[in-house]
Write a protein that binds this ligand. Structure first.
Ligand code: AMP
Ligand code: FES
Ligand code: ZN
Length: 312
């Protein structure tokens, strides 16, 4: 196959786009896709300060790489989740990436934020699935870091496969509140929130992997050990089969949802959050979901200490 742009020998074939690219043209194509998403959805400008949440995986590092290349003001944010070797390895990749490009990086670690706050400990103490506990903690610390650092925008590396799987899950259960908030740009609904954006929402996992490979980005290949058996992976698998039978399915599913169906759900968006009574961050009840988790962890520790005191 020949490159769709320059007719040289193609190295990548994108069936969903019915296109092929040589290496230089692929890199150009990828950058332009990101630029177009930023412009179309009015995500941010070159004047704004961007905080890019980087996990050490290919998507978020590819995102940071493209934005830095395009001349945006970026700072990375890595959150250490305390998931054993997986977390140690991903932190090292993020630090090496930032150092190699002289980009500023903020590192925070759950175990240093308070006792028992590493993801496995919170999951055990609250009897939640690790991914549920992890999601609530990430949201809280991403929001807090963006607010404290006075950033204008918080960015994540969610790709087309992530968004399609999430959309499928939300549609299968008709979770209208979730559908109301599933879009590539979320405007802040509270003074302590910043705008949240996902510039890679129309680029597939394969496309970001190819970009990361071509740019020689050294990323963590392993999935989080807790992801095994997660429902998201079942949805991703189902979508991959649909995509193989009918290329372009994922792109149409997400793109058309955002364009035509999402606005109908957005009308039902719930009221703006108030302030958490414990930490002052946005909350839909008396406490934000992070402080609710922390209370549960503390109660469990107090119970254990009391039982130990009784010699039980
Ligand atoms: P995931 O929830 O693991 O699919 O990750 C989705 C996005 O969240 C990634 O692309 C990153 O932008 C961000 N992210 C996930 N884990 C971390 C982390 N430990 N530190 C910083 N950002 C993260
Ligand atoms: Fe959060 Fe795996 S990344 S539980
Ligand atoms: Zn709180």
């Amino acid at each position: 196959m020949k490159c769709t742009r320059c007719k040289a020998k193609a190295e990548v074939h994108l069936r969903a786009h019915n296109a092929g690219f040589c290496r230089p043209c692929y890199l150009e194509y990828f950058r332009r896709q990101v630029e177009r998403a930023i412009a179309r959805e009015r995500m941010f400008t070159t004047e704004e300060r961007l905080l890019v949440a980087v996990s050490g995986g290919k998507d978020s590092l590819a995102l940071w790489d493209v934005l830095a290349e395009l001349g945006y003001h970026t700072t990375g944010l890595y959150l250490g989740l305390g998931i054993g070797e997986y977390s140690d390895g991903s932190r090292a990749k993020v630090e090496a990436f930032a150092a190699s490009r002289s980009l500023p990086l903020v590192v925070r670690s759950l175990s240093e934020e308070g006792p028992g706050l590493a993801v496995p400990d919170v999951a055990t103490a609250t009897r939640r699935a690790p991914c549920a506990a992890c999601g609530a903690m990430k949201r809280h610390f991403f929001d807090a870091a963006a607010h404290e650092g006075d950033f204008d925008v918080l960015l994540t590396g969610h790709n087309l496969d992530d968004e399609a799987a999430r959309l499928l899950g939300n549609v299968l259960r008709w979770q209208r509140d979730h559908l109301a908030r599933q879009r590539p740009v979320l405007a802040p609904t509270h003074p302590k929130f910043v705008r949240k954006v996902k510039p890679l929402y129309l680029l597939s996992e394969y496309e970001t992997a190819v970009y990361a490979f071509m740019r020689r980005i050294d990323y963590v290949v392993e999935e989080c050990p807790n992801a095994e058996g997660a429902t998201q992976l079942v949805y991703k698998d189902a979508l991959n089969r649909l995509e193989a039978a009918s290329p372009g399915t994922k792109l149409a599913f997400v793109k058309e949802f955002v364009r035509s169906a999402q606005p109908l759900f957005a009308e039902r968006e719930r009221d703006a959050p108030g302030d958490c009574q414990a930490c002052g961050m946005p909350a839909y009840g008396a406490l934000c979901s992070f402080c609710t988790l922390v209370r549960e962890v503390e109660a469990k520790r107090a119970r254990r200490a009391a039982l130990a005191g009784l010699g039980v």
